[in-house]
Design a protein around this ligand. Structure first.
Ligand code: GLY
Length: 461
């Protein structure tokens, strides 16, 4: 298959790397095209990158047609929000991604909350606020802490947990009056704060069949100990042991949240296909699950820890999703291995604030990365034949091993050998597991397979 992956971050690098390792039914490797990708993908894994503007639907569609692409995989949310998947589908291209209308689950928090309310999907109680006045009034009717969410896309930086009213008012003023996040913060949702463990649950769906891809845990705060500002994600982990120990929670989340949502989307006339990422909160005692957010894509950095554990034919499964044939994908076709992975995100030291300097610094790379795990690039470039670091999230170092503890050691072994002048990362990723699990130190040998669920919504053919 000739597969184009849209996007240029470490998430897209992980998807491209994973797909590049597969062979088609004739035993030939897939041909992978990263649009636009980044220099680091070529440097690290010899992936072919093409400098195409993926928000220019006309130019993109033309390129896809000219290059006879069999499948397009859309990584980030921005092309979904501007209708790239619809434009490609209208031209007969197979796309693994939801439509613009279905992606509203992520692109509008207000729309998502209304859907949950209409279909009794468990989520935090919330007020939708279309004006600053309405938002200030809503604060008075809710107990603290207040969770203020920008309605639109904000690269993971649109959620504010405010413990006092002064701080909440200031946040509302910054978002709704000063437009600190532009149009994304023009409207807001204010919701109650729910205590518990945060889990990222990933499923693949064609709108009817659902295949769970497993649970991951990410670290959104910038500093160790979950302190500092919110970021796009500073690290993640997942493990077979955690998946099996929490099978009941996953089943409950699929039954109570994911399945009703997929069914509701079809009933709303915008059937969902692609990967659905439920950002869930699990109550520590009752294990009740609520959805905090939906994302219409793989998480970043969750994708970087999921891809090394995926066994089977990902390309085949993605193609089946695009053609509403996911029920043909067997458990042998797609499963997670019995291992653990830990991803540590390396950033510039000013992140998530913009770096005051645009200077790019040369990166010293570890010579043994391949023995320890895998390195995914987000913001690196080749300048004068030297690999240099940009700003923001630059790399994800992933350790892959039998146990979470070993995977963590491997991820940090890679991270500590990477150096550039501005490099910084959290040192406590996967130090403590979530969902009341102990760190797994013994490998598990029981088989793991990804079971599928059929949504069978009444109005889906
Ligand atoms: N890891 C959070 C996100 O991808 O939105």
């Amino acid at each position: 298959m000739r597969i184009a992956i849209l996007g240029q971050g470490a998430r897209e690098h992980a998807i491209a790397w994973r797909l590049s390792q597969e062979k088609d039914q004739q035993g030939a490797p897939h041909e992978i095209f990263c649009l636009p990708g980044n220099d680091g993908m070529t440097y690290q894994h010899a992936l072919a990158c093409h400098p195409i503007a993926i928000d220019d639907s006309h130019a993109l569609c033309q390129w896809i047609k000219t290059h006879a692409i069999d499948l397009v995989v859309i990584g980030p949310e921005a092309p979904l929000a501007c209708g790239i998947s619809d434009a490609l589908r209208e031209r007969g291209v197979s796309v693994f991604a939801p439509s613009q209308a279905a992606a509203r689950l992520e692109t509008s928090k207000i729309w998502m909350k209304q859907l949950c309310a209409q279909y009794n999907i468990p989520t935090a109680r919330a007020h939708r606020c279309l004006s600053h006045k309405e938002a200030c009034h809503a604060l008075e009717t809710m107990p603290s802490p207040w969770v203020i969410k920008a309605d639109g896309l904000a690269s993971g930086k649109g959620v504010f947990i405010c413990h006092d009213k002064q701080e909440a008012r200031h946040t509302l003023h910054r978002l709704m009056k000063e437009r600190a996040l532009g149009k994304a913060g023009q409207h807001v949702v204010i919701e109650e704060f729910l205590e518990g463990d945060e889990v990222s649950l990933f499923v693949m769906t064609d709108g009817q069949t659902i295949k769970p891809l497993g649970m991951c845990f990410d670290y959104k705060r910038r500093e160790d100990g979950d302190k500092g500002p919110q970021t796009g994600g500073m690290g993640a982990f997942c493990s077979y042991t955690i998946d099996t120990q929490n099978q009941e929670i996953q089943t409950r989340a699929i039954n109570d949240i994911i399945t009703p949502t997929i069914r509701a989307m079809a009933q709303q006339g915008c059937p969902y296909s692609g990967v659905l990422y439920g950002g869930l909160i699990v109550h520590r005692e009752t294990k009740a699950c609520h959805v905090l957010e939906f994302n219409a894509r793989f998480g970043d950095p969750e994708c970087q820890v999921l891809m090394p554990r995926l066994q089977g034919q990902l390309a085949h499964a993605m193609h089946a999703c695009a053609h509403h044939n996911l029920h043909h994908i067997t458990e042998q076709d797609l499963s997670l291995d019995h291992s653990a992975t830990v991803g540590v995100v390396l950033v510039d030291k000013d992140y998530p604030s913009p770096s005051p300097s645009s200077q790019r610094h040369p990166i010293t790379m570890p010579s043994r990365a391949s023995h320890e795990g895998v390195l995914f690039h987000a913001n690196t470039r080749i300048e004068h034949e030297t690999l240099v670091a940009g700003t923001g999230r630059v790399l994800t170092a992933v350790g892959h091993a039998d146990t979470l503890e070993q995977a963590r050691e491997k991820a940090y072994a890679i991270a500590k050998h990477i150096q550039w002048q501005q490099c910084s990362y959290r040192t406590d990723i996967a130090q403590q597991t979530r969902l009341n699990n102990k760190i797994d130190v013994t490998p598990s040998h029981a088989p793991t397979n990804v079971a599928s669920t059929n949504v069978a919504p009444a109005n889906v053919a």
